[in-house]
Design a protein around this ligand. Structure first.
Ligand code: ATP
Length: 209
């Protein structure tokens, strides 16, 4: 098994990947010195070399890194070449926006179903999806071999939805609800509390803005 990468390393690798895709041709044969990448990302060159070495990419003296090799190694390390199926619970504004957004497909995310309990929403279209009743959740998770559950319901409904998904065999939870969920340790989970990001902005706007 390859070296386990910690959260900070994974996040920096994603920054390198985004930078390469934004500013270079990830399939071309260009090279980039780590110092240039460091400058573009306001990071430290040594850190970049260390992170890339951890996924098996070594630069050449005075030449730097082959961009296509870096992009491919990051895709492989982060698992973007795999397809992983997801369901979304909560077809409100946020859940609907995630369901309709096609940009996550390049990272392997495939949303297979969108669920809600509101009878007024069931049967409506969001992007390519028809909103389904929550009763079908367990069937769809098992039938479509769903790996990831995306939670975009209000706080008071989030734990129950999570428990149902865990029981149905989900492997990961991406939680957008503003509540800390109880999730068994073997389930990989990530909490995106947007108010944490807002607090950062608020602090700087208040004190430095
Ligand atoms: P709305 O479009 O209804 O105004 P919203 O974007 O303001 O929603 P929320 O109130 O957070 O956001 O609700 C998100 C969605 O979650 C709604 O569509 C709601 O019907 C749905 N929902 C609430 N409770 C549950 C539940 N237990 N299971 C599934 N969906 C739920």
């Amino acid at each position: 098994m390859p070296q386990q990468l910690n959260r900070q390393t994974l996040e920096r690798l994603m920054q390198y990947y985004l930078c390469i895709n934004r500013d270079f041709d990830p399939q071309g044969n260009q090279t980039i010195p780590s110092a240039r990448l460091a400058q573009l990302l306001s990071l430290d060159g040594t850190q970049i070399r260390k992170d890339l070495a951890a996924i098996g990419v070594k630069g050449q003296c005075r030449v730097g890194f082959e961009i296509s090799r870096v992009a491919e190694a990051i895709r492989k390390a982060l698992g973007f070449e795999n397809v992983f199926r997801a369901v979304i619970i909560g077809a409100g504004h946020l859940g609907g926006a995630i369901a309709a957004y096609e940009g996550f497909a390049r990272y392997g995310l495939q949303v297979v179903a969108l669920f809600d309990i509101d009878p007024g929403k069931i049967g409506l279209n969001v992007g390519h999806h028809v909103i389904q009743p929550l009763e079908k959740l367990e069937f769809v998770i098992k039938d479509r071999d769903v790996h990831l559950g995306i939670i975009t319901v209000p706080a008071d409904a989030a734990q129950e939805c999570t428990d149902r998904m865990v029981k149905a065999g989900i492997k990961g939870i991406w939680n957008f609800s503003p509540v800390n969920l109880k999730i068994p340790p073997e389930i990989i989970s990530r909490h995106e509390d947007l108010s944490v990001g807002l607090a950062y902005l608020s602090y700087h706007l208040t004190h430095n803005g």
